[in-house]
Design a binder for this molecule. Sequence first.
Ligand code: SF4
Ligand code: SF4
Length: 396
Amino acid sequence: MMTRLNSKNGDKLSVLGFGCMRFPAKGGSIDESRATAMVRDAIEKGVNYFDTAYFYHGGKSESFLGTALEGGYREKVKIATKLPPFMVNKLDNAKKILATQLSKLKTDYIDYYLLHMLTDKPMFDRMVSLGVLEWLESLKEAGTIRNIGFSFHGSKSDFEKIVKAYPWDFCQIQYNYMDENNQAAKSGLQLAASLGIPVMVMEPLRGGKLADNLPSEVVKAFQSYDTGRSPAEWALRWVWNHPEVNVLLSGMSTEEQLADNIRIAGTAEADSLSKEELDVFEKVKTVMRERTKIPCTACGYCMPCPAGVDIPGCFSCYNDKYLLNDKTIRLRYMQTLGALSVKPANASQCKECGKCETHCPQNIAIRSQLKVVSKELEGIFYKPVMGIARKLMKIR
Ligand code: SF4
Ligand code: SF4
């Protein structure tokens, strides 16, 4: 297992982190004996970073992990878990959540603690105004929390604002060869690295979509470079090729996936892909582009939109619906476009001013395409349901 140094605190972190949201399941619950064996096998083979959250596996992931790490395993690993900001309306909520997490994880400290799924700067500001950051700092001084970070789903510009707004110990972003220009994007990865902030990467396979059911032309493009590598291995190697990435998180559900990922992580050097290998990704992206419905290149020239619409983000989700046959796309759309953030960026926010269209080098009829996105990814219930949810969560 290769490791990469967390330059902020000196931790030597395994390049492969165990994402604890997709343990093997049986009868709708975690298959505890298989999952425990996988967790311990991973540790024996050098995995030392486990990423869980309050909500994973319907709230059972943390307690399962706490039990799986009993018997001397806890001390060998770093635990990352997350505080859900939308459940925090006063500091006391956060205190109770952390107390529950420590008890579930059967530990008295959390190595890496994240504000879960920040989507825009006002969401971070709300945490500051409630005193959450100040409280986390006091916990860090006391040793209860070792590193303060955030995970992010949103637009490039929001990522930039959040990453610059606080001296973070680390951050966690969605990154893979299909998201090079989406969400935090490569520019966000490089910005974080330039600020000395370690980056953990989630969704290296886009929830498995870059491993299975890819269009046959894409599989052929990968096979044109004769290595016998699976599309999943190509995708993981692409992420690890970035020297700015500290840990790649993979939610592994089978023993085979674990063994395969550990094998690949054994040679996951940064800057190791050759020009020929990088050219394969260009071929793959060309095939992907040819199959995309809206020819948006995510250049961002149309941004910012005065109504707050994340135009490339909307088009990216829409394209994925068809390109990757992604059945979870509505959920991804909600996350990416900040359905529960202070300033949602979804397609139906468009006020049809037309400003964006004059800047688009692809001559996309942005207004009418956003209507299509809204119809297919929001439907008629999106606005009322989100309205109720926002009210209940006191999001203004
Ligand atoms: S037309 Fe819509 S998406 Fe384009 S800038 Fe105006 S409000 Fe934003
Ligand atoms: S300017 Fe056009 S191609 Fe560029 S991000 Fe906006 S919609 Fe996409």
